[in-house]
Write a protein that binds this ligand. Structure first.
Ligand code: SF4
Ligand code: SF3
Length: 546
């Protein structure tokens, strides 16, 4: 059967099987085709860079950055701009041609490394998308690896923006991406590569953690206002802290305030951002509430990365993109790694806008990344030893539109009072405004930061394992009930599997890209499971204590 498109990379994929007419996210078949083609040429370029490294020829940082930015561009809700994606394909083909000339044995390269860009791109895209791999298990593993690498590339890109690189992570990312073209690899080979992807997921997150904390200090306990001030404002969303920093610098003394939305909330936890008097607070909730919240904000909005919801006409002229993000008809602010971006257009725009309409008032508390939690380690360990805290529940990940996600709010409410939620990512908006109280001064929701900061949760778990003298991370009083939506959650999942974490519950639905056999491998080896009703899951996790 001929489909208009085929994409099943996110949790909201149509019918839990695949978007075939148009994306539930709003991605049209033309954009989906160019994303498929961009992934294809990037796989080809990665085969070339991998061959170059094998023959001892170094690969430049610029090429590594091009590859990570390409993958990041194809993450769910990052870029809907066909023209921008076509430009990235052109740049990739050009770089590829230059590097191909240096490969000693080009005959060993796959077709993706040799395709010269001639002919009808849409027709070509139809032959290289997800369904071009016929065996469903190989396809499933190739896509699982690719989505993990997309998540990894997002983390690398944010570290690169802060001038930090890890050439080993880049080399692995490209080797693994090239391996998704290799027909000689078996299911077992690809399962091993999936776990290795998790290993580099940990490395990539560690790199970003180092980049963020070196540049902005260690996140610390912070109360963040969720109300509004009287000045016009600029709302910043996505995950890129460097963009936020440049915007804060440029708005000083202009009378324009800056607010965070969704995944930018954790920026308030960093000491370096506290010095800006116009950095007012967080406005609204998770990404999928954009339509009503962006309308009510009145001022310009800067999308630094995913998640963009296709904007309503009422505020489309106020929506700006930068970096990997893009939307046709919205102004894109240019600027590469190490370059100053010019946000004066947003600032002038903001001056003509009304101040935001207040949606909420009060404060939320966060800043429990690893350094802050480890500073409280004595208190936490004492609470565990005394039985005041019986369990930690990792509820990190993504939020989304699906009604089924109300489960997470109800689950948080139903948790026994001697449990503490560890979170990161926009999943937190399902319960971070509930009054869940504290245990001896330790809040019952400990927010480590963005999805990027899930690394902190691993560091905290490993530290507790050491403090309690345990051999197995699974002997800790920690359960995992993770909500996923897009590909950054995939790399977090693979990273946790690599660290040996078992029995992770993943919801609200299991990924459509897991074939029955691949799902079976994950269930049998790692105890991965979905979610049930709140009542059943309470019994499952807490038994008689529920
Ligand atoms: Fe569908 Fe998700 Fe792909 Fe969008 S990203 S087309 S919603 S599977
Ligand atoms: Fe959210 Fe898109 Fe995944 Fe960064 S903003 S967690 S969904």
């Amino acid at each position: 059967m001929e489909y208009n498109m085929f994409c099943y990379q996110c949790q909201e994929t149509a019918g839990c099987t695949g978007c075939t007419k148009v994306g539930v996210c709003g991605k049209g078949p033309d954009v989906a085709a160019m994303q498929d083609l961009l992934v294809y040429v990037t796989r080809g370029l990665s085969a070339i860079t991998t061959a170059l490294r094998a023959q001892g020829t170094p690969v430049s940082g610029e090429v590594n950055h091009l590859i990570t930015l390409n993958l990041f561009t194809t993450i769910t809700n990052a870029n809907f701009d066909k023209k921008a994606i076509e430009e990235r394909i052109c740049a990739t083909l050009q770089t590829r041609a230059e590097l191909l000339a240096q490969v000693k044995d080009p005959n060993s390269l796959p077709e993706a490394a040799l395709w010269d860009g001639e002919g009808d791109w849409e027709a070509k895209a139809k032959t290289v998308g997800v369904l071009s791999t016929e065996n469903e298990d190989i396809r499933s593993l190739r896509e699982l690896i690719t989505y993990g690498l997309k998540g990894l590339s997002a983390y690398s890109k944010h570290a690169n923006a802060l001038l930090q690189d890890d050439s080993e992570v880049d080399a692995f990312l490209q080797k693994a991406l090239a391996a998704t073209l290799d027909d000689s690899l078996s299911v077992d080979d690809l399962v091993a590569l999936t776990l290795e992807t998790g290993k580099y997921g940990v490395e990539g997150m560690a790199l970003l953690d180092k980049a963020n904390t070196t540049a902005y200090g260690n996140p610390e306990i912070t109360k963040v206002s969720i109300g509004v001030g009287k000045n016009p404002g600029i709302l910043v969303s996505g995950h890129d802290l460097r963009d936020l920093e440049m915007l804060l610098e440029q708005t000083q003394g202009t009378g324009v305030d800056v607010y965070t939305h969704s995944e930018m909330l954790p920026a308030h936890y960093y000491p370096a951002f506290k010095k800006y008097p116009n950095f007012v607070g967080n406005y609204g909730n998770a990404w999928w509430k954009q339509k009503e919240e962006f309308e009510a904000f009145h001022g310009p909005i800067l999308m630094t990365t995913n998640c963009i919801v296709p904007p309503k006409d009422s505020y489309k002229d106020r929506l700006y993109t930068t970096g990997a993000a893009g939307f046709p008809g919205c102004k894109h602010i240019p600027g590469g790694i190490g370059e100053q971006k010019d946000f004066s257009a947003l600032i002038e725009h903001a001056k003509k806008c009304a101040p935001p309409t207040e949606l909420e008032s009060g404060e939320i508390v966060g800043g429990f990344a690893h350094a802050q939690v480890l500073a409280l380690a004595d208190q936490v360990v004492e609470a565990v030893k005394s039985g005041a805290i019986k369990k930690f529940v990792v509820m990190a990940g993504c939020d989304g539109r699906a009604k089924r996600r109300d489960y997470y709010t109800e689950f948080a409410k139903a948790l026994p009072h001697d449990t503490v939620i560890l979170t990161a990512g926009c999943a937190k908006y399902k319960y971070n405004k509930l009054d869940l109280g504290d245990i001896g001064g330790i809040p019952r929701v400990l927010d480590a930061g963005q999805c990027n900061d899930s690394y902190s949760l691993a560091v905290i778990a490993l530290k507790l394992k050491e403090v309690f003298g345990l051999d197995d991370i699974n002997d800790l009083p920690i359960v995992y009930n993770i909500a996923w939506y897009e590909q950054k959650a995939v790399i977090v999942l693979l990273a946790l599997l690599y660290l040996g974490v078992k029995n992770i519950h993943l919801g609200p639905t299991l990924p459509a890209f897991l074939s029955p056999n691949v799902a079976k491998v994950l269930v049998e080896n790692f105890g991965i499971a979905g979610i049930g009703t709140v009542e059943d899951d309470m019994k499952l996790f807490f038994g008689d204590n529920a």
